[in-house]
Design a protein around this ligand. Structure first.
Ligand code: GLY
Length: 570
């Protein structure tokens, strides 16, 4: 009996691997995947398949999102996680919209200047490197809370597929192989990570070889049986504590037990006759996105032409202004109670900002010159729609690719390095590229400001599009451009996620432009406005769903900037 169960599983895994090769060959490009009933689009085909299976078994979008998130922790560990945090936006087909904030928190003993040495400088990049960079994880609590309130499938059934994949292993993809190889020196720094990401002789797993994660499976089993307590209490919590004590970390049992996710109102904006629902603080994503859309609504963008120099000029000016407000005002709402959100989201404020934008010349962000400080390009997003038309847009992260790169010994999962998203040097906004504004300074139990922008677009109360992306601060601009590509330029979702994009974040006063799709003429005309331009490799990796409610067809696309992504539906 057991043998035949195993061989079925192996066949299934080989089938998934075959499908993945098929997708790599056929799935990229500008034609979306089309289905009638439900779909999951994520950075890992294994995870998308697991989410889709939950949908076909009758689960709703929240159930599928929970199963996909646990699967991604196993199959896309550079950002999928148990030891990180994130945000979920849920738009039900009946018109109700809500969000879950499961962002990591600063430990109880954290202090405003904890990363600074006596000369006021950051000690050895400690806000991003090493054990002090670890925030109190929120993912398991967040998924548990969302499921408890809105799920309708047994919890065990949602964690089990991830548990089985970790226990039995799965053929390593090229994308995972590349990541493990790139970070080989990181694994060698931490014995607990060496054991997971390298073979016993320290060589690399090759594409197609089975990668097994036994300790991770054991942790998932505890979560499967005990829900959130399987992570925040008992053996998993003890293993985290052992690791903290061994490495002089700050997180305590009290931190873990006290951690609570929060169900929050979404940020609501409009663009023409579309409703935009996204994540509010402690993510800056929703506010900055809505502010930019409000500014841009006042221009005839379609007439300018997609990615024309003129269009790029106007979106840059919107980015510059909204990102300045991000730095000035936004932080954890449980601490910064005086954020002027109503003003930032108002059409009147956008109209005023438009009066400060020249049709012919770039503005100057500030007299201060910043070096390039960008948040890491890792994080992962997925989108879900179920047979009733409920949509989930979920982005979660460990911050850097593979977070702190530290696997909790015996527990098999990675810890985040999210403390790096706080402003590390109070009052210091200087040429080294730091922002030291007050709302995002470190305080015990505070959530660090994020740029994650899980977004749902609705029309007449019906959710029609779910999108999001990795990419640190670039995320918000990536989502902006994909939303405009669909709503303003009428692109299908695949074309919209593929189209080349740009990023400006107020400071440094420079525009990053992807290295394809912008002609030398466009670049020259854009620079003629006075914009500073740098070329970059790629920006983000959008996982998007669009539902055409008239045709009653669901379209999905995984961005070809992601190596392993897949849109899977039925
Ligand atoms: N760690 C990336 C973000 O939260 O925006």
């Amino acid at each position: 009996m057991r043998k035949s169960g195993n061989s079925h599983l192996l066949c299934f895994i080989l089938f998934l691997f075959f499908l993945q090769i098929q997708t790599t060959l056929l799935g990229q490009g500008r034609r979306p995947v089309r289905v009638k009933n439900g779909m999951v689009v994520s950075t890992s085909r294994y995870a998308s398949e697991i989410g889709k299976q939950v949908l076909t078994d009758g689960g709703n979008a929240i159930d599928a999102a929970v199963a996909t998130a646990f699967a991604l922790a196993v199959t896309w560990p550079s950002a999928g996680n148990l030891g990180g945090g994130g945000f979920l936006v849920y738009h039900r087909s009946d018109g109700d919209v809500t969000t879950f904030d499961f962002r990591e928190k600063a430990p109880l003993v954290a202090t405003e200047r904890m990363f600074l040495s006596e000369d006021g400088k950051i000690r050895n990049a400690s806000n991003h490197e090493g054990i002090l960079a670890v925030g109190v994880p929120g993912t398991v609590a967040g998924l548990y809370a969302a499921h408890k309130k809105y799920g309708n499938t047994n919890w065990k059934k949602l964690v089990e597929p991830a548990y089985k994949l970790a226990k039995k292993g799965f053929p390593l993809t090229w994308g995972l192989h590349d990541g493990f190889k790139y970070h080989k020196d990181d694994w060698l720094q931490y014995p607990s990570s060496t054991k997971i990401f390298l073979k016993p002789d320290s060589s690399l797993y090759q594409p197609g070889e089975r990668w097994v994660q036994r300790d991770h499976a054991a942790t998932l089993k505890r979560i499967m049986k005990k829900g959130r307590d399987g992570f925040y209490k008992g053996k998993t919590a003890d293993l985290i504590m052992d690791y903290m004590q061994k490495h002089n970390g700050l997180i305590t049992h009290e931190d873990l037990e006290k951690y609570q996710p929060v169900e929050r109102e979404p940020v609501h904006g409009t663009y023409r006759d579309f409703d935009i629902y996204a994540m509010g603080p402690p993510s800056s994503g929703g506010v900055v996105l809505a502010e930019m859309l409000n500014i841009l609504e006042g221009y005839d963008l379609a007439a300018m032409g997609h990615n024309s120099a003129k269009y790029l000029h106007f979106i840059t000016e919107a980015m510059r202004r909204a990102y300045a407000d991000r730095a000035r005002y936004l932080g954890d709402p449980d601490f910064s109670t005086d954020m002027p959100l109503a003003k930032l989201l108002s059409k009147e404020y956008a109209a005023y900002l438009r009066t400060t934008i020249s049709e012919t010349e770039a503005s100057i962000s500030d007299s201060i010159t910043f070096n390039d400080v960008y948040e890491s390009p890792e994080t992962t997003h997925f989108s879900v729609i179920d047979a009733s038309g409920n949509m989930v847009s979920l982005t979660y992260t460990l911050e850097y690719p593979y977070g702190s790169r530290m696997i909790v010994e015996g527990a098999g999962f990675l810890l985040n390095n999210e403390m790096g998203d706080f402003n590390p040097m109070p009052g210091t906004t200087d040429s080294r590229g730091y922002i030291g504004t007050e709302p995002n300074l470190i305080e015990p139990e505070k959530r660090m400001l994020s740029s994650m922008t899980p977004t749902i677009v609705a029309k007449n109360g019906i959710p029609i599009m779910a999108v999001g992306s990795p990419g640190g601060r670039t995320i918000i601009n990536t989502v902006l451009q994909v939303v405009l590509n669909v709503l303003e330029f009428d692109m299908n979702i695949a074309k919209a996620v593929e189209a080349p994009r740009i990023h400006h974040q107020w400071l440094p006063d420079v525009t990053r432009m992807e290295d394809w799709g912008f002609s030398p003429d466009t670049q020259r005309l854009y620079k003629d406005y006075g914009h500073n331009l740098k070329i970059r490799w790629r920006q983000g990796a959008v996982m998007g769903i669009y539902k055409n409610t008239e045709e009653d067809i669901i379209y999905g696309a995984s961005d070809s900037r992601s190596s392993d992504g897949a849109a899977v539906g039925y």
